[in-house]
Design a binder for this molecule. Structure first.
Ligand code: IVH
Length: 682
């Protein structure tokens, strides 16, 4: 039968079985049979994307939006890998770190070390680490790595990735948690970008960040349409004994997981080195991004014998390759104006492929970098570098005949967006990093656009329908200058804008209306306070309970908020000290934005009546910050240890107070334990 016919048949059959199962509760086939048909269709669609039908079940199965992303707690913490690097000259042996690794393994194993140790070498995939949990051979949930203990539950998006098996065959163990990486395939990524460009949408710059962004979407339809893949590389829970890593990979493949075809079993470290070098040679042509190789001791018994150091196994290590570089021509330098008015130089480049991705822009960081360090001249031939998760950067200009005759790239005196004279704000911490800003908060369309986009964005006021293009139009037509102006818009003003009919205008007005009642934390986030993101906005809202309490808070009280450090506290205070910001808050309130008060969840009870003594230097908190946090939770900080002291908080180079505490039997805490206690108190 021809492919198109078979695909049509599968779509019709699967849709019928879906209805039988979900709507009529009368399935005619087993889940396993359903999944087999489903995968056949997925495979055919993967090979013939032009034949994918709009009503294909692969496009909607499991595809229901979630109201919010919930935490995902790993059954077993997700560890990281010790890093080694491919060394560059003057180091004579580029693979010295690999030899060191084998030596460490041998040292720990001692007399138990076999004459030849068997390893598995794998590419280190530059994607998003994920855990997939299977119960009774069904995919039940999956989540991101997060901090290794708690990540984010992205089950709804994992369900729409074809290479995530939804049901495992009877040969698979009943309980299984598989770990691996989700990543974009590069040809698919380029195709998707071409399609986005054709539709007038913004290109995605970086496959890894875009994959992360896609996986965090609430509506799985974004993920469903994108070329995402899951590669399995390890397991956290397997309800059967598997004697070696290679055997685990082989079995995982037989259970339906995609494992990387470049994984290789190697006898002894010389074979490992050859394999790691081979993978590097293949790197530029791989259809996905890697940033190194991972070497794992194969035998499960040896893995057990080797065990773990704090956060990583002793039996595995990552070896990173140098990030890829390329040369290209500098077309021009663009000075972009952010929502706070900060002006940053961006290199506009002749498109060039670096590590499988086409790069057109690269950061030049700041004025110092552009004019003092790089000293770029117009139309320079430049070397750029693209390291996995960061923006590509310009490393320097290549010398060539005639270069000296070309003028240096000049930093503008006036705002490229509004013409205002730029101001230089010295950075007391780093004189090289003067901040160059456009001072015209209201007159500058770039700042207005940025502030309004932020205000309306999903994590802030979440005004559905108020997207980038519409905001650009509203600002260009002078209808809005600042976020509060959104609330004065009328339907009549909207109708007549591009792509705005009666219905969409009405919907937008309704969405704006709804946004007036967003919870305090969202409204705070929407204000665009420097350094205040989603989490900090929530901490502030919970701590203060109302906008007025927050507005009045001095820095000392702000540092007492759980999750707020000194720099953030200062940034918040500075923001509220600026009359323009207070006026805007006033206008928002007048326009009916409620900033609704919430119950304060700081309990002053856990630490109430408890006395603390601080000694030594804590790793992240200053003494004042630690004190403020303890006091905010109702505790007291004193200077001397006595029998009445409840806890001594101990940092590096602790002095006699620690001796005293031990002598009196007073419990001691390190910073992490203190923060843990505090967290338990909110
Ligand atoms: S095994 C105990 N194998 O690298 C650690 N990890 O630093 C088990 N990664 O985010 C991890 N490719 O997700 C392993 N072939 C591979 C990998 C790999 C990429 C990621 C992993 C984690 C990071 C570890």
């Amino acid at each position: 039968m021809d492919t198109a016919k078979r695909m049509n048949q599968l779509v019709v059959e699967l849709n019928r079985h879906n209805r039988l199962y979900h709507e009529l509760d009368a399935p005619e086939i087993t889940d396993w049979e359903f999944d087999t048909l489903f995968r056949e269709l997925e495979a055919l669609e993967g090979a013939h994307p032009q034949l994918v039908r709009a009503d294909s079940p692969t496009r909607y199965v499991g595809g229901t939006p979630v109201p919010e992303i919930l935490p995902f707690v790993h059954q077993i913490p997700m560890l990281s890998l010790q890093n080694g690097y491919k060394r560059e000259p003057p180091e004579e042996d580029p693979w010295i770190d690999l030899r060191d690794f084998e030596e460490r393994v041998r040292r720990v194993l001692g007399a138990d070390a076999p004459a030849v140790i068997t390893y598995v070498v794998e590419p280190k995939l530059d994607g998003l680490a994920m855990e997939l949990v299977y119960e009774e051979r069904r995919f039940v949930r999956g989540g991101t790595r997060g901090d290794g203990v708690t990540g984010e539950d992205v089950t709804h998006n994992l369900r729409v990735i074809p290479s995530v098996p939804k049901v495992l065959p009877p040969s698979a163990p009943a309980r299984l948690s598989v770990r691996g990486e989700v990543l974009f395939d590069l040809p698919g990524f380029e195709r998707m970008n071409a399609a986005r460009e054709a539709a007038g949408e913004r290109r995605f710059e970086n496959p890894r960040n875009s994959a992360a962004g896609t996986m965090r979407q609430l509506d799985p339809r974004s993920a469903a349409g994108r070329p995402l893949h899951f590669y399995a590389h390890s397991a956290a829970v397997v309800s059967e004994r598997v004697p070696s890593h290679h055997e685990l990979l082989t079995r995982a493949a037989s259970w339906g997981f995609v494992v990387n075809p470049l994984n290789r079993l190697c006898n002894g470290i010389e074979e490992v080195i050859a394999a790691v070098a081979d993978i590097e040679r293949l790197r530029a042509d791989l259809p996905y991004e890697i940033d190194g190789a991972v070497v794992k001791v194969d035998s499960a018994a040896l893995q057990d014998a080797l065990g773990f150091v704090t956060r990583s196994p002793r039996w595995a290590a990552a070896f990173k390759y140098p990030p890829p570089t390329a040369q290209t021509r500098l077309d021009s330098v663009l000075f972009s104006v952010g929502r706070t008015g900060a002006v940053t130089p961006v290199a506009n480049l002749a498109p060039v492929r670096v590590g499988g991705v086409t790069v057109r822009n690269a950061t030049l960081h700041n004025e110092h970098q552009l004019t003092r360090v790089l000293r770029l001249r117009e139309k320079d031939l430049v070397e750029i570098r693209r390291a996995g998760d960061v923006i590509p950067e310009v490393l320097g200009a290549i010398d060539e005949p005639g270069r000296e005759a070309r003028p240096f790239v000049a930093y503008p005196e006036t705002c490229p967006q509004c013409g205002a004279h730029l101001v230089r704000e010295p950075n007391p911490d780093d004189p090289d990093k003067v901040l160059i800003r456009c001072p015209d908060k209201l007159g500058c369309p770039a700042q207005a656009r940025g502030a309004i986009r932020h205000f309306a964005s999903r994590l802030a006021m979440d005004i559905e329908g108020l997207g980038e293009k519409l905001i650009d139009q509203l600002v260009t037509h002078g209808l809005v200058k600042r976020p509060s102006d959104i609330y004065t818009l009328t339907k009549e003003q909207l109708v007549g804008l591009e792509r705005m009919g009666e219905l969409s205008a009405k919907n937008l007005i309704d969405a704006i209306e709804v946004s007036r009642s967003r919870p305090l934390e969202r409204a705070l986030m929407a204000l665009g306070i420097p350094m205040v993101g989603e989490a900090t906005a929530r901490d502030l809202a919970r701590h203060f309970g109302s906008i007025d309490a927050l507005l009045a808070a001095p820095v000392t009280e702000l540092t007492g908020v759980f999750g707020v450090g000194e720099n953030v506290a200062k940034a918040v205070r500075a923001f509220f000290d600026e009359p323009g910001n207070i006026e805007e808050i006033g206008r928002l309130r007048e326009a009916g934005v409620k900033f609704p008060a919430v119950a304060r969840v700081v309990s002053a009870t856990t630490f109430a009546g408890k006395t603390f003594v601080l000694t030594g230097t804590l790793p992240t908190l200053s003494r004042d910050a630690a004190k403020a946090k303890i006091e905010a939770a109702g505790g007291k900080v004193t200077g001397t240890v006595s029998k009445k002291t409840d806890y001594v908080v101990v940092g590096a180079d602790a002095g006699t107070k620690l001796d005293k505490a031990q002598e009196l039997g007073v419990p001691t805490l390190d910073e992490a334990a203190l923060l843990g206690l505090l967290e338990g108190s909110v």
